[in-house]
Design a protein around this ligand. Sequence first.
Ligand SMILES: [Zn+2]
Length: 80
Amino acid sequence: MSVLEEQYESESALVLFSCTECDHVSLSLGSLHAHAESHRGIHGLQFPWRYGDFDRLMEFTEIVRLQEVEEIPLEEVDGL
Ligand SMILES: [Zn+2]
């Protein structure tokens, strides 16, 4: 696990992870990266997600602070 991911995990109640390629939103960095793999043309199970192209996957990841997400309907949030 990277230092970056540990940092976000400790703040998991405060942030959401939004895909920069579409409107997909996740509460989990791991599941957002799993989603982002589809934009890279990778389908199917590719465990573990975080290994290999973490930096590239972060290019698909927008960190959304909780105070900024009031306009996102909850039904669009994966993981609830
Ligand atoms: Zn997406």
